[in-house]
Design a protein around this ligand. Structure first.
Ligand code: S3P
Length: 186
């Protein structure tokens, strides 16, 4: 940050395929801050890929694990946090994350999402497959989930549109906003 200000941390939210992990890594590099990927953390704690957790325990159990992981994540200040696409859909998670750090929504249009997630239609795509997108009606699932989640995502403090932009460009927008915010409050 400018003038020796302490980096406040930032939370990235948005739908699957909106670039939260890639943009998060880039922001962490720019600010020299720790990067936390909540999904990776859940997998590490469980010792199992998320798709297996969904298959074995079902979505409600995954959501409990996600809540637990978020409670742990917020105990360390000043991190760049990339959440899973469903995390910010929960009111309690929203309150927790908003009290942790500024929240940025990586807003992405449905056509871009469908394009970025197109590989997930293949049941043989292995590790890349997101469990919620496995069915044949992937497009309807994306449209439906997105429209239900948008009101929650809009509770973020700042929104960056990602369509047609590189990871570096999106990270630049987020970084610029954080710097301006710091200038106003610091
Ligand atoms: C989910 C998104 C995934 C992961 C899980 C559920 C969702 O994270 O948390 O498969 O409900 O949208 P990404 O957004 O990083 O793919």
């Amino acid at each position: 940050m400018t003038g020796g200000a302490v980096f406040p941390g930032v939370v990235l939210v948005g739908f699957m395929g909106s670039g939260k992990s890639s943009v998060g890594r880039e922001l962490a590099r720019r600010f020299g801050a720790p990067f936390v990927d909540v999904d990776e953390r859940i997998e590490r704690t469980a010792g199992t890929p998320i798709r297996d957790l969904f298959a074995r325990e079902g979505e409600p159990s995954f959501r409990e694990r996600e809540k637990e992981a978020l409670r742990e994540v917020v105990s360390v200040k000043g991190c760049v946090v990339a959440t899973g696409g469903g995390a910010f859909a929960d009111e309690g998670n929203r309150a927790l994350l908003r009290s942790y750090a500024p929240v940025v929504y990586l807003e992405t249009g449905v056509e871009t999402l469908l394009e970025r997630l197109s590989g997930e239609a293949e049941p043989t795509a292995g590790d890349a497959v997101r469990p919620l997108l496995r069915g044949a009606d992937r497009e309807n699932v994306v449209r439906d989930l997105l429209s239900r989640r948008i009101p929650g995502y809009r509770e973020a403090d700042f929104t960056v549109r990602t369509d047609g932009h590189t990871v570096e460009e999106v990270a630049g927008q987020v970084a610029g906003w954080l710097e301006r915010m710091e200038g106003r409050t610091g």
